[in-house]
Write a protein that binds this ligand. Structure first.
Ligand code: 5GP
Ligand code: MN
Length: 353
């Protein structure tokens, strides 16, 4: 077996909870992506197979391109029935918090989380975990929370407990959080874990096709429009910005998840080391911000410094309340400010060194 990322003492308390707790609720972040949904469904399936009453609650729906994930239809969406979701949270013995670091990331589910008397377990790979948890397993060096679920199940003594369905959910989370193993994945232990998932019978090529080759025609045309007409490149800042308004999204029959991956595309340009994507969100009325960077350029710092957001060093996000013009103005001011920085990791963006 491969080396486990957790010390056995780290998981001892969770194992002890498993001996008395029956009701487990798994919570994950707003706009659940492949890792949020994959890790949550994998852990939920594992707990159910252990005879537990387990359910996944998400603040809002996952994109349809994940709807084939095993167990997806059983996910409870808070926004669809807040009362039911709150009841489940209040009745839970254990709340498992996956793929987020601070309570603000679960939106309106936060109130019931904070008032709940359940034991609280954090399993996550974002830096700077909050203090609201009884057990905190925080590993920012992990590729994904899904990889951590693999290690958790193994550390509980259960490699044999990983079924094909669980393996499929775990691989989907690893794949989506590493851009198809193209970043944040330079780690032999991760590939050994993937080898074990393949032994369980996953079809990684089919998973890739289901996630990335599953677009509508209008989504692909939106991508063409974005690259041709909306991508602005600022060579002096080694940075790029894409914006999309509600009106533009409607023109291309936008469905949730359609803009997934857009923020990564400008990084294909030689010389672009940070990319930003701003989208008017039809549901919430705010502007959703996504940032990506390469190497030691900390786009999470940019998100935090100028937009009160956060995330990982190379993948971060946030929200902006205001007009798109105001968001762009703040972005440009942020770049100007950063360009005066003397910090090495920030200077790297402007000097390429
Ligand atoms: P994405 O661009 O895929 O929406 O988000 C990339 C990463 O940024 C997420 O994995 C998450 O860590 C972080 N992130 C996204 N949106 C927010 C936000 O509104 N607030 C904070 N603190 N982090 C965010
Ligand atoms: Mn993740």
């Amino acid at each position: 077996m491969i080396e486990n990322m957790f010390l056995s003492s780290d998981v001892a308390e969770f194992r002890q909870w498993m001996s008395w707790a029956d009701r487990f609720v798994i919570l994950t972040h707003i706009n659940p992506d492949g890792d949020a949904a994959g890790s949550s469904l994998a852990l939920c399936q594992y707990l159910k197979n252990k005879g537990k009453d387990a359910v996944v609650i998400v603040p809002d729906a996952s994109p349809a391109f994940l709807s084939w994930l095993p167990g997806f239809d059983d996910i409870k969406v808070y926004a669809n029935d807040p009362q039911k979701a709150e009841d489940l949270v209040y009745k839970a013995d254990v709340l498992c918090c996956l793929d987020f670091n601070v309570v603000g990331r679960i939106g309106k589910v936060a109130a019931s989380f904070l008032y709940s008397n359940a034991k609280k377990f954090l399993l996550d790979h974002h830096p700077y975990p909050g203090a609201n948890f009884d057990i905190t397993l925080s590993h920012p060096e992990a590729s994904s929370t899904s990889e951590m679920v693999f290690h958790l199940i193994c550390a509980m003594g259960g490699f044999n407990d990983i079924t094909l369905e669980i393996a499929t959910c775990i691989y989907t989370g690893i794949m989506t959080d590493t851009g198809g193993l193209s970043y944040n994945s330079n780690n032999s232990t991760l590939f050994l874990a993937i080898a074990h998932l393949l032994e369980k019978g996953i079809d990684k090529d089919e998973i890739y096709r289901k996630v990335y080759y599953n677009y509508s025609e209008s989504r692909l045309r939106l991508q063409g429009y974005v690259l041709n007409e909306k991508m602005k490149v600022f060579p002096q800042f080694s940075t790029s910005l894409i914006t999309l308004s509600n009106k533009e999204l409607k023109r291309f029959s936008y469905r949730k998840g359609d803009t997934e991956g857009f923020v990564n595309m400008p990084l294909q340009i030689n010389g672009v080391s940070m990319s930003a994507f701003f989208r008017e969100d039809i549901e919430s009325g705010v502007i959703k911000l996504s940032f990506r960077s390469v190497g030691s350029v900390p786009c999470n710092r940019f998100a935090t410094d100028f937009f009160n957001g956060g995330g990982h060093q190379n993948a971060a996000g946030g929200e902006f309340r205001g007009t798109m013009d105001e968001a762009v103005e703040r972005f440009m001011k942020g770049l100007e400010e950063w360009s005066k920085s003397t910090e090495d990791c920030i200077r790297q963006l402007f000097t390429g060194k």
